[in-house]
Design a protein around this ligand. Sequence first.
Ligand code: NI
Length: 168
Amino acid sequence: MVLKIRTYGDPVLRERCREVEKIDGRIKKLVSDMLETLKNVGGIGLSANQVGESKRLFVVDMSRLTLEEIPLVVINPRIIEKKGKQTSEEGCLSVPGIWADVTRPQKLKIKGIDLNEKEIEVEGQGILAKVFSHEMDHLDGLFFVDRLRSIDKRLLSKKLKLIANKKS
Ligand code: NI
């Protein structure tokens, strides 16, 4: 099922998401719906609160980055290693129409569990590190625009207000 993507201004996106305590049928259904939604909109990564569920999990469509067809699902992720810096243009499904340069780690290692409750460790470099960092921010209630210098954020404030006030 394709889910509705919440946008800037929706309070669920400002909450710190809660840990997933049990991987039950509801979580499995949520993950499968999130993957379907991601494919539908053609995005690379999606966090649970972007579809209205305040839970610490995100999915990445790896086929957009590598030849790997297997989607990546990380539940209760935490960063265990961070290295270097990269700056590149970024956007977000929850902040439509806005793109800006964001500085992120060049390399990021995260640990979490998969849908089988197995512990996983994944390392991202380049674009993947950027995606991990972006999705981790979502789980903490942050948007990429929060990482901009205040002057740049001020320039975008009108556009952000328009997104927040748009009733969908
Ligand atoms: Ni995003």
